[in-house]
Write a protein that binds this ligand. Sequence first.
Ligand code: SF4
Length: 446
Amino acid sequence: MKERKALLIHAVDKSLIISEQPPFPFPVLGITTLAALFPENWEIEVIDEDVDLVDLNSEPDLIGISSLTLNIPHAYDIADHFRKKGIPVIMGGLHVSSLPHEALYHCDSVVIGEVEPVFDEILKDFENKKLKKIYKAKNFFDLKNVPIARRDLLKPIHHKHLTSVQATRGCPNNCEFCSVTPFFGHRYRFRPVEAVIKEIEMLLDMGMSRTIFFVDDNIAENEHYAEKLFKALIPLKIRWGSFASVRLAKNFKLLDLAVKSGCLELFIGFESLEQSNLEIASKNFVKVKEFPEIIDRFRSNGIMVQSAFIFGHDNDTKDIFKKTVDFVQKTGIDTPTFGILTPYPGTALRDRLIKEGRLIDTKGEWHKYDGSYALFQPKNMSVEELQQGYFWAKKYCCAPRSIIFRLLRRPNKNFFLAMLVNFSMRANKMKQIKQRWKKRPLVAPS
Ligand code: SF4
């Protein structure tokens, strides 16, 4: 008999067009891991709004909401709705961790940072009707205690294409624009490899997809851990993808193990073709002159490269768009993604832009924080030129002839898969471009 009910919501505003999305629902790990923390006398309902609707008539005992910055206005609407009904609402995630006092206009409590270390305290306070406004752990969570996520609470469609798993949290680097280190701290933490393997074996036994996405921010940054993990993955015969830095391609032994363990695709943040921009962003460990060789090394080993290039860095001039597009097309990057430098709350970039008087006041329009809006005054071009150049680059690289030309230029064994991924992601990109640029012709920036 369940005595209590919690409704855990991954808030997604479906009215927004997000262009760099996979064409299938991603098996969210945050709320399913949170669900696993509840004791047995709680009934837990998990709603991922990407595929599901929140029943606004439901009357759980407690609501938990997590959301990215771009979805936060929608998340606040949901929170307001349930609070009006007298149901306590707790919010967590990157955005509210950075702006807890904004969130507290809409919810009863905010969890700053990781929820695991403060979960028991929250539950106790809830039972005693004494929820605090802010919960913040004194120490980072020991990842050997991470519970097995309640993936059973998601829809079967979530597990059809891939399964998500986490091996590490945080990143030892501290790039100016990135939210990872402000949120997870400067410590790079690992789950025991044995625990990760046991979890994957269990998921495979349950019939989940053999394609695993590691949600780690930087999976191979610690050579010893990554080596142990990749070796242990080999017998599982899975295919996997994750986020990694260019350093992985420079370590031949590790790269070889990544390939042998089934690495299929890596999302690499190249960020900029101007070395001086990487210096400003504290990402100087990445060397622009090495990019072509690094891309070639990944691709010739059968690893698809999803690249991230960001426009609007301080030393970007108007020629950066064409330069980047030419580079992407020439090096045959499998799936290029572009973004506009975005001053997310909590980042050092945002602090600097505020100090320099360059941040544009969006008056709470947080939905613009999706990487496709120019939200500050660039140094060497106008806001409009940054916006137009971004759309031009994006449109150019997702045009059918660009995709075909790029992939044919350096075909490898992933040719057909890369083609499929590009074309399946194209529709949303074009939808966004058409919606936002209806009356303006797209022209190549000079
Ligand atoms: S951008 Fe990548 S390398 Fe830099 S801090 Fe974030 S996760 Fe780490």
